[in-house]
Write a protein that binds this ligand. Sequence first.
Ligand code: IYR
Length: 232
Amino acid sequence: MSESEYPYTSEGDFVSYDAGRSSEEAMRVTARSFYELMNRRRSIRTFSSDPVPRDLIELAVLAAGTAPSGAHRQPWTFVAVGDQNLKRRIRLAAEDEERTNYLEGRMPEDWKREIARLGTSWQKPYLEDAPWLVVLFEQRYGFADDGSRTKHYYVKESVGIAAGLFIAALHTMGLATLTHTPSPMAFLSRLLDRPVNERPFVLFPIGYPAEGSVVPRLDRKALVEIMVECEA
Ligand code: IYR
């Protein structure tokens, strides 16, 4: 399709878009520094209880909310918890589930072996130590003004992209997080009183790494392992 043919429908309301263009050299510099910044990100499991102002969390959520989504339905809700009592209740409920996973055989032995190098256990003190927990919920469908259901599309893909942007936004401002998926996660809907159309997607503890934090030594795959170019 040639540029001049778009927009090809008269049904939408279109505005002009001009992001501007940089030189390839300037793009290279920006791209390299973004990659280097992202490559310093690590999942953190030991958090300082130093406070983080709420507006920084809000800015990360705003950045996450710029994600593309199926039919632009924006099928996500970010539930922020800074309240110590509620964080404690979430920790206890998550540990109940994880104790069953780790100690009572709900997690198969080969899976436990695979993650042993990460140093995880059923204990989740970070759920209380981190100043914020943000639980990202996927909206499996929506509600119209008259209360009827509206369809959402590509929900997992959309919410997954929003989660990635959220992690990048937090890291860019110097905050640490972890993509924590206690399993099963239904207790989060209950404790956070979420509506029936929402399902927990991932839980992010957010804050500064505790002093003396360590992270597992991990390598990232090389470019040749994650990218191929196809030609006719
Ligand atoms: N959800 C558990 C177990 C766990 C699973 C995977 I896959 C990880 O990469 C890390 C942990 C937990 O949070 O401990």
